[in-house]
Ligand binder design. Structure first.
Ligand code: RIB
Length: 284
């Protein structure tokens, strides 16, 4: 079983479903509203755990009404929350609009995620003890870099999902072992990704492609009825991390299958499939 440390974000997702998104200045009637725990860090932690890994989460919630619910979703999934701090002020929130095609737009207000400016000796110990450090860009960049540097120094593989997209220094890229990007990001970041040993490009309904020392491996899309794509990339990334030790072809199969299943239900954390569901779909 892989051991994974996630240093990342956790948000409450405020999800509105609508037939179509409004144009600027327009009001449309929505179809429904839900509050679902999310955040790229938390989603990826839960996805890795459900796909079969042991996971520790380093992050921060606020001291507001959302905090208990956010902590509960990680605890319920069996993710280690000993390093989840409570900061004064609001938790991170994401305002998400999902249209009838299942496509979304997301605005994240970082809240407590912005307070994750220091890593304790205990946080760093979790990174050093892990097989993989899994990180994204929804917490302060210096913290992500500090975690990645420590991972590199400790022999822990660094898997970065550079989302939301931001400019990163060459030094930052130099400590990344695996990058998971979508097609748009892979074009924008082409020069930087050339320096990363393993690159996985997600292609939505068309699956994903791996390139690295093992050559190029493509995995086709898995056909599903799409309800909501929110968190599908996070589910892909968590499952990929959980099965990375089995080689890129197997990891890609798990990631594509888990990511596709995640689009069949509404809400980020609510849609992440169990190991049994992924295995059943892999056998079909
Ligand atoms: O990747 C999906 C996630 O992005 C949502 O859960 C939202 O919280 C934002 O972080």
């Amino acid at each position: 079983m892989a051991r994974i440390a996630v240093v990342g974000s956790i948000n409450m997702d405020l999800v509105t479903t609508t037939g179509r998104r409004p144009e600027p200045g327009e009001t449309v009637l929505g179809r429904g509203f839900d509050m679902v725990p999310g955040g790229k860090g938390s989603n990826q932690a839960i996805a890795a755990r459900r796909a079969g890994a042991e996971v520790d989460f380093v992050g921060a919630v606020g001291d507001d009404l959302f905090a208990a619910e956010l902590r509960k979703v990680l605890d319920g999934a069996g993710v280690g929350t000993r390093r989840l701090r409570t900061a004064a002020g609001p938790s991170g929130v994401a305002t998400i609009v999902v249209d009838s095609a299942g496509e979304n737009t997301i605005i994240v207000v970082e809240g407590a995620n912005a307070t994750l400016t220091d890593l304790t000796a205990d946080d760093l110990a979790a990174v050093a003890a892990a097989d993989i450090l899994l990180c994204q860009l929804e917490i302060p960049l210096p913290t992500v870099l500090a975690a990645a540097r420590h991972a590199r120094a400790s022999g822990t593989t660094v898997l970065l999902n550079p989302s939301p997209a931001q400019d990163l220094s060459p030094e930052f890229w130099s400590v990344v072992d695996i990058a998971v990007v979508n097609e748009g990001e892979s074009e924008r970041l082409a020069a930087s990704l050339d320096t990363v040993p393993h690159v996985v490009v997600t292609r939505g309904a068309n699956g994903a492609v791996y390139r690295g020392p093992d050559g190029e491996i493509a995995h086709p899309g898995v056909r599903v009825e799409v309800v909501d794509t929110t968190g599908a990339g996070d589910t892909f990334t968590g499952a990929l991390a959980a099965h990375w030790h089995r080689g890129p072809a197997t990891a890609l199969a798990w990631a594509c299958t888990a990511g596709a299943l995640a689009t069949t239900k509404l809400g980020a954390s609510a849609s992440i499939p169990s190991r049994a569901d992924i295995e059943a779909a892999l056998e079909r």
